[in-house]
Every structure is written in C-alpha cells, then in structure tokens.
Ligand binder design. Structure first.
Ligand SMILES: Nc1ncnc2c1ncn2[C@@H]1O[C@H](COP(=O)(O)OP(=O)(O)OP(=O)(O)O)[C@@H](O)[C@H]1O
Length: 459
C-alpha cells in the first residue's frame, strides 16, 4: 500500500519534473533560436538604465504583470510608490521584483517578444553603479510592435505618476531617481498671498508658449532662475517642490558640496528639457572668493573661488559656467535656496542667473492666523493640487467665522516676525484636534520659546 502511494507520488513528481524540464528546455531553445536568427530576422530596441526613465517604464510594466517570474534572476527593491490617498502603515513595505540579468520571452498582442538584460561589468567599475542594458527583440524587421509596447509602458507609467513629481538626486556625476512624491498643493504652503501670486504668475508666464516663442525669436537662452531666501523653516523647500508640482515639472536636487566641477558639467548636460534644478542651502558650502585672482575661467568672476568644505572640488566659476553655459538646457528653471543671502557672491545672483529674488520671512500676523485656520479648518479633498490663482483667493471666504476669530486671537498673542512657520506648525500640531487648547496654552508657549531664544548660543 505504502509503496503504491510512494510509486504514485514518484510518478507525479517525475512527470512534474519532466514537464518543468521540458518547459525550460523549450523556452531556452526558443531563446537560443531567437538569438541565433536575431541579427537576420528581428527588430530590437535597446534601453540602458543610465538616467533613462524608459527603463523604469518598462520594468514597472513587466513587474506589474509578474514577468519577473519568467526571468531566471530578479532584482528586488523596496517599492516607495503609493497610490494617491494611500496611508503609510508603519513597518509595512512593499517589495518590487523586476527581471535581472538573463533573458525570457513573452507574448504581446500576438507577437513573441524577447527581453534580455546584461550588466556592463566594465562600466560598473568606472561609475560604481550597476549599468544594465536591456534589449527587447521581436521577429520581423519592423520595430512597430516594440514601439507599441513601449508606448503602453509609458501610458501606464504616466497614469501611475499622475499628480506626482519625480525627485532626482545625483550620485557623483549621474542622476538617480530617488522618489516620486504626491504633488503638495500650493494651498498647503502658507505664505504671504502676494508672494505666492507673484511666483505662480512668473512660472506660468515663463512656461507659456508665447514666452518660449519670444525667447526663440530673439535667440535668447530660454531659462529662468529664482532665489528663495529667509530663515530656516519658513517654507523655501516646501514652496520649491510645490510649485514644481503645480507645473508638472520634475525636480533635480544638487548638493554642491558633493560635486566637482566635472560632476556639475555632466549633471547639467544630462538634464531633461524643462525641469526644476534645486540648489538647496547654497550658502552652506560657504563659497567665498580667494585672494588668488588668476585661475578663474568665468569672465564675470575674477579669481578662483572654492567652497570651504575640504571634500568639495566645486568652484564658483564652475557653477557659473554650468548656469550660463551652452550645455545648460533650454527650459531649465533653477531655484536656489539659502538662509543667508548676504553670504552669496553677487556674481551668482546677478540678473540673468537669478531673475527673481523672493524673501520668505518669519511668520507675520497674517501668516500666523492663516496657519491656525489651515491646521484647524476643513481640508480640501485630493485632486485639489492644481489650484488656480482665483481659487486660492476664494478659499479664505469659506472659513468658519468662529475659527477665523480664534485665528485672529492666536495671531494677536503670538508675536509677529519672531517664529518660523515650522515652529508655529509644530506647536499647533501638539493640539491638532483642539483649537481651544491651542489658544489657551499659546501664551505659555510663546514665553517659553522667547526665553529659549534669549539664551546665549553655546554651540
Ligand atoms: N510656509 C509654510 N507653509 C506650510 N508649511 C511650512 C511652511 N514653512 C515651513 N513649513 C513646514 O515646516 C517644515 C520645514 O519646511 P521647509 O523645509 O520647507 O523650510 P525651509 O525654509 O526650506 O527650511 P531650511 O531653510 O531649514 O531648509 C516642513 O515640514 C514644512 O511643511
């Protein structure tokens, strides 16, 4: 009896193993056959992963369909993309698998497509990153079906990232996408209304077709620069991300202390058309002119200028060269942020490089009461990301009069131009469901913070 069961099991396992072996054999035969006839009867599209969103589009499309299961090797990473409105659950992470080195075939709209990926070990040693090249191959001489596939990948990808902006940071001299963030509605960045209107209008006007034509007709470099300056926690970064999202522009963040002049040149050469380049805390590198006046290469900048941080090889002239240079893409918008405008070299912020300087000061009475209404008032639903100037103004009218009066009382107790928006938000957050409590304890909080501010800085 036992031997009968074992014999049956043995047969099942044997057949299963044979079937799997046969399947593997057929698949690898197809792959071998395809690769031997490929040069004569096939069309191919090549996609490398070097700063190439097409690579991300394809890998997302394949992962969604579980094609990594057909691959003999998979690359695993933690997926940081959430659907709009998803709540982050602490301790929960989603793993994303994608095909990696090797090849497999799949059917797409009645066509057999072969995906193959190879790692360029030679380049990896130079660039210290995994350089992968992916090939999509189909039978026949036309690449039409492959283009259709890539178009579908792009449509799906754009749908997933609708209302999100991609954030790129640099690793040495190449860009890496590090995140996709939900667009932060501009209405959630609380600042003086006229400042917001001015910036919005300036962006809108710069990106309009008329303006582009105006630049083209006059052969002027079509680019724009902004300097946002003010004390820490007043919303410079928040505003930069929010305004980029408002205009569907991806953000490329540069940390100058980690760059050499060559890195800067390569990075600016590899920017896409129309994007926002964020040079954050530009004063933090402590750029100042050295007395040695001979080594500068920029005609506007006499003297070589080096950042104080020993590790950085970036020079001010190197930065100015990429800001002005021929490699600087049309449509590129640079936003520099700083807490110390007075420390910046005038050459860096002269008109043409910086077209608008916007100060974000500590919260005044108007902003203090807006922050109160924002935190305790009703929240606009999702999809309110793209607000019009008109809507922003109308929003105020919807506020409950009782809340408005509490907000005014709050603003009369909290001294103007003393606290940053971040400080006020963090206090209000302590009472997030309790506007009465926030009002009742705010005098105490102000006194405590004021005495902290009066303490001598021993750091
Ligand atoms: N004007 C504002 N409106 C809404 N939230 C703000 C505002 N200013 C600051 N915050 C909040 O405070 C925190 C810090 O803001 P943010 O990083 O934008 O300030 P920053 O001026 O860039 O600061 P730093 O100069 O230190 O880089 C964020 O969580 C942000 O949401």
């Amino acid at each position: 009896m036992l031997s009968g069961v074992l014999a049956t099991d043995f047969n099942i396992f044997t057949y299963a193993a044979l079937a799997m072996g046969l399947f593997g054999f057929v698949q690898s035969s197809i792959n071998r056959l395809l690769s031997s006839i490929e040069p004569y009867f096939s069309a191919t599209i090549h996609i490398d992963n070097d700063n190439n969103e097409a690579y991300d589009m394809l890998s997302d499309w394949l992962s969604k369909r579980g094609f990594e299961k057909s691959a003999r090797a998979s690359l695993v990473s933690v997926k940081n993309i959430r659907k709009p409105g998803d709540i982050i659950k602490m301790g929960k992470k989603i793993l994303k698998f994608q095909p990696w080195e090797g090849s497999f075939s799949f059917w797409y709209r009645g066509h057999l497509i072969t995906y193959s990926s190879s790692i360029d070990v030679g380049r990896c040693q130079i660039t210290e990153c995994l350089e992968e090249e992916v090939k999509l191959t189909s039978l026949g001489w036309s690449t039409d079906i492959l283009k259709q596939l890539m178009n579908e990948c792009m449509q799906e990808y754009l749908e997933t990232f609708k209302d999100k902006i991609a954030i790129f940071e640099h690793r040495g001299h190449y860009w890496r996408k590090v995140d996709e963030k939900d667009v932060r509605p501009l209405s959630t960045v609380i600042l003086n209304q006229s400042t917001k209107d001015l910036l919005l209008e300036d962006f809108r006007s710069f990106l309009s077709e008329d303006t582009q034509l105006w630049y083209v007709q006059r052969a002027l470099p079509y680019r724009r620069g902004y300097l946002l300056y003010g004390p820490p926690g007043t919303g410079k970064s928040s505003l930069s991300f929010s305004i980029a999202g408002e205009f569907d522009l991806d953000i490329y963040v540069v940390s100058i202390p980690d760059c050499s002049d060559r890195d800067l040149r390569d990075l600016f050469e590899n920017l896409p058309r129309t994007c926002v380049v964020l040079l954050e805390d530009i004063d933090a590198v402590g750029m100042s002119r050295e007395s040695d006046a001979d080594e500068g290469s920029d005609s506007n900048t006499k003297g070589r200028v080096q950042v104080h941080r020993k590790t950085s090889e970036a020079t001010l002239s190197g930065l100015l060269n990429v800001l002005d240079g021929v490699t600087s893409q049309d449509g590129r918008i640079v936003i520099m942020t700083t807490n110390h405008r007075e420390m910046l070299d005038e050459a860096l912020i002269r008109p043409g490089r910086i077209d608008r300087q916007v100060v974000l000061p500590l919260a005044d009475a108007e902003v203090i009461s807006q922050l109160f209404m924002f935190l305790f008032g009703p929240v606009k639903g999702k999809g309110a990301a793209k607000v019009e100037l008109k809507e922003l103004k109308e929003e105020k009218a919807e506020v409950d009069p009782a809340l408005r009066s509490q907000a005014h009382k709050f603003a009369s107790i909290v001294p103007a131009s003393t606290f940053s928006q971040a400080e006020i938000i963090s206090y209000l957050f302590l009472h997030k469901d309790d506007p009465d409590g926030a009002l009742a304890y705010c005098k105490e909080w102000v006194e405590e913070k004021m005495s902290e501010k009066r303490l001598p800085d021993t750091s």
